[in-house]
Design a protein around this ligand. Sequence first.
Ligand SMILES: Cc1cc2nc3c(=O)[nH]c(=O)nc-3n(C[C@H](O)[C@H](O)[C@H](O)COP(=O)(O)OP(=O)(O)OC[C@H]3O[C@@H](n4cnc5c(N)ncnc54)[C@H](O)[C@@H]3O)c2cc1C
Length: 340
Amino acid sequence: MKTGAPDLRGAHILIVGAGVFGSAIALELRRAGASIQLIEARLPPDNASSIAAGMLAPAFEAALDPQGASFALLRAARDLWPDFIEGLGPTGFERCGARMEAPGETLARLASAFSQFGAAFESASGGIFTPEDWRLDPALALRAMMAEALGTDRVPIISRVIGADLQSVTLENGQFLEADAVVLACGYGGLDLAPELSALIPIKGQIVRFPGASFFGGPILRSESGYLVPGWGGALAGTTMQTGRSDRVIDPDVTARLVAQAIALAPVLAGVETQASAAVRPATSDGLPMIGQSQSGVWLATGARRNGWLLAPMAARLIAGGLTGQAGDGRFAPSRFQPL
Ligand SMILES: Cc1cc2nc3c(=O)[nH]c(=O)nc-3n(C[C@H](O)[C@H](O)[C@H](O)COP(=O)(O)OP(=O)(O)OC[C@H]3O[C@@H](n4cnc5c(N)ncnc54)[C@H](O)[C@@H]3O)c2cc1C
C-alpha cells in the first residue's frame, strides 16, 4: 500500500459489474487492503468495456465531444494511468499520440480549441498531431486488472444481481451476500438497483475490428468522420453515437461505412477480414459520470459516456476515498439527479 493511500484493511466489499469501472475499482480496493468479491452477470463479460477502442484521449475527446467532460478533467484522469498499471501484466499501454487529417477550416478550429484549453499539438500540412492522446488494449488491460485484483486462481461470481442495499446483494441464483459496503458498477445495466440509476441514458456504439491488422502501429488516426486505433490485437475503426439506443444489433450499412472510413485512413486495410460489434455506453444528461453514494446507501460508479476507459482509475480512486470517509467530487455526485 502506498503512503497516504486509503486504508481498507479488514473491510469486505462487494463490487457488481466486471467492466472497466468494476475491474478498476476491484483493483484499487484490493491495493487498499480490502477483501473483495466481484459479481458479474456474464462471463466472459460482453460489455462496452471489452469492445471499446481503448483510447485515453483527453485532447480530441474534449475538442470533438463538447457535451462531455473538459480537457482539464480528462487529462487529470489520463495522468493516473501510468501509476495505475504499474506492476500489472501487459496492457498494451502506449503514449502513441493522435493525428487528424481534415480540411483547413476543421484543422484551424481544432488548433484553436487545443490552444484554448492548453493541449500540446503540432500542425503540419493537411494535419494536426497531439501527443496528449494515448491508448491501451482493452482485452489485455481487463485481464491484467482482473488477475491482480482477484488473483490468478479466482474468477468473479457469475450471476445477475437483482437486489442491492447498503450492505448486501441478492443474486438471481438465489444467493444472498453480505459485506461492509456494496459498489454498483453495472454500466447501462441494473437500472433498478438504485434510484439514481434510472437517470442513465444509453448511447449505442458500433465498432469494427480488423483482427489481421495487428502489424499496424503508430498514432491514433482521426478524420472528420471517425477514427482508426492501431493495436496489437488488431486495428479498431469507430464509431457511432446513437443516443437513446440500448440494443446491440449490428447494422451492416454502419459496418460498411466504418470499413470505408478506415480504408480511407489506412489503405493497407483494404480486403482485410473484419468483425463488427456493438455495445451500450452508460451516460448522464450533463455528460459527467455518476460516482458516489446513492441515497439508498450503495456506492455508484457508472455513466462514463465515451470515456469510461480514460476515467476508470479516477473513478476507482474516488470510490476508495469515499469508502474511507473522504469527501467525493461534487461534479460526479449521484444526488444531482432526481430519481424518476
Ligand atoms: C464502440 C465503443 C468504443 C469506445 N471507445 C472508448 C475509448 O476508446 N476510450 C474510452 O475511454 N471509452 C470508450 N468507450 C466508452 C467505454 O467503453 C464505456 O464508457 C465504459 O466501458 C463503461 O464501463 P462500465 O464498466 O461502466 O460498463 P460496462 O463495460 O458496460 O460493464 C458493466 C458490467 O456490469 C455487468 N452488469 C450489468 N448489470 C448487472 C447486474 N445486475 N448484475 C451483475 N452484473 C451486471 C455487465 O454484464 C457488464 O459486464 C467506448 C464505448 C463503445 C461502445
